[in-house]
Design a protein around this ligand. Structure first.
Ligand SMILES: Cc1ncc(COP(=O)(O)O)c(C=O)c1O
Length: 434
């Protein structure tokens, strides 16, 4: 799982994708990427920047209809319409069968907690919950907390090859398994999990599947029908929207969940999941973020008209096809610059498995503490993060101290090869001077 990145690439050249992906055009849509002083943002795993269209949608909402929903006056009706549109858009983004399977709220963690609290009340004889040691702690600790309600925890462990393998899940499943909680992609090391195979195995045992798509969201096409999961949580602020989160759940399961709600709220999704007021302007921003991705798809794919839900979905697919290919070139170039400066890279480091990861790279420079590396990078206007990445179990699994962890550079489609090369130069300089 841990390999010197030196020599990994074998001189493999980058594909031609970077020349066809309209990165300059896309970057021009993100005002925050063009502020002074120049700043290279490689901390996208903690939240991405937003395009102007998203900013405009938030502003428009606050200026035109910053009122409570559910009233009969025009501005209030407009809030209802905005939420309905956003639900339809997010349903298209994740390929939900019904927009009412989408619930809006604060963030992913609170939704995981909401579902886990409800599941904790319905454990019965099926009381085993499978969690992984590769997940963000939000999708681990929330389930561990159910031990107080009688849950038995089973651990699906990452292999030395830097990913979770379904062969290791199968022996953990039985007629007692209630749920498998797992990530689509590690926020620390970027490995993409084969969640469709995991869901097949879990369902064969009669268990449900809860997916954390927070880190996968900006990098790949979410498809709840293809994944065949039961619940999926995501944070909009990782996929080019303002701070908010959403939950998708199978309608029949959401209907059964015992959630908290006021007595007069019908026991039906999405209302039963959305107690209280959420941040409407940010939901308006989320809707615009979905539209941004669809438009990106029209720039990179064959569909030019996104008037129908089918075309919108297809266009989103094109967007992520292009993003995935482009991001592979970023990952390969990151491998190269990290190898050049003698970094130790954690997770999948074999370039032939590039399809199995996103451009989120966890590494250390031997002999220099992670905090020192990020401080030095910050002085050179690079934004990266050090520490345990909210995945302390994974750090320990990788042989790293939880307190210090490692350095994470997390890129998205608006980052460039030139930025990666500049990053390599900065690391080489830090290595020489520290
Ligand atoms: C993979 C993953 N899961 C869950 C979370 C928690 O998300 P939120 O901040 O929306 O609660 C994060 C946040 O970084 C994450 O990366």
């Amino acid at each position: 799982m841990q390999a010197e990145s030196q020599g990994i690439l074998n001189g493999e050249s980058l594909s031609g994708t970077q020349s066809t992906f309209p990165v300059d055009e896309l970057r021009s849509e993100f005002p925050a990427l063009h502020r002074n002083p120049e700043f290279v943002f490689f901390d996208n795993a903690a939240g991405a920047q937003i395009p102007q269209s998203v900013l405009d949608a938030v502003n428009r909402h606050l200026l035109e209809c910053n009122v409570q929903r559910g009233g009969l006056y025009a501005k209030s009706r407009e809030v209802d319409a905005t939420i309905t549109r956003a639900r339809q858009s997010v349903a298209i983004l994740v390929n939900a069968r019904d927009p009412n399977e989408i619930a809006f709220g604060m963030n992913a963690t609170s939704f995981i907690r909401l579902v886990s609290l409800a599941i904790g009340q319905t454990l019965g004889a099926r009381n085993e919950i499978v969690v992984t040691d590769m997940d963000h702690e939000a999708n681990v600790a929330t389930w561990l907390a159910l031990e107080r309600s009688g849950a038995q925890i089973r651990w699906w462990k990452m292999r030395d090859d830097g990913n979770l393998q379904v062969d290791d899940l199968a022996p953990l499943l039985s007629a007692k398994t209630r749920l498998v909680a797992c990530t689509l992609t590690s926020n620390a090391i970027g490995s993409i999990v084969d969640v469709a195979s995991a869901a097949k195995a879990a369902h064969a045992a009669g268990a449900e599947v809860f997916l954390d798509s927070v880190h996968y969201g900006p990098h790949g096409l979410i498809d709840v029908q293809a994944f065949d999961c039961d619940y999926l949580v995501c944070s909009g602020y990782k996929i080019f929207s303002p701070h908010m989160g959403f939950l998708w759940g199978r309608r029949e399961l959401l209907c059964q969940l015992p959630t908290f709600r006021e007595d007069f709220i019908p026991d039906e999704p999405p209302g039963k999941i959305e107690a209280g007021t959420f941040i409407y302007e940010n939901v308006a921003g989320m809707e615009a973020a979905v539209r941004y991705l669809e438009t990106l798809g029209t720039q990179t794919g064959s569909i030019k008209d996104v008037a129908t839900p089918e075309n919108r979905r297809e266009s989103t697919r094109h967007a992520f096809d292009a993003i995935r290919l482009y991001e592979e070139t970023l990952s390969l170039e990151m491998f190269r610059v990290l190898a050049d400066c003698g970094a130790v890279v954690y997770g999948i480091t074999d370039w032939s498995r590039i399809r199995e990861r996103v451009p989120t790279l966890l590494f250390n420079l031997p002999g220099i503490s992670p905090a020192r590396v990020t401080e030095e990078l910050a002085r050179r206007n690079f934004g990266v993060r050090d520490g345990h990445m909210y995945s302390p179990r994974l750090m320990r699994r990788l042989g790293l101290a939880q307190e210090t962890g490692a350095v994470r550079a997390s890129l998205v489609h608006y980052n460039t090869l030139a930025e990666v090369r500049g990053f390599g130069d900065a690391l080489a300089e830090i290595k020489r001077s520290c």
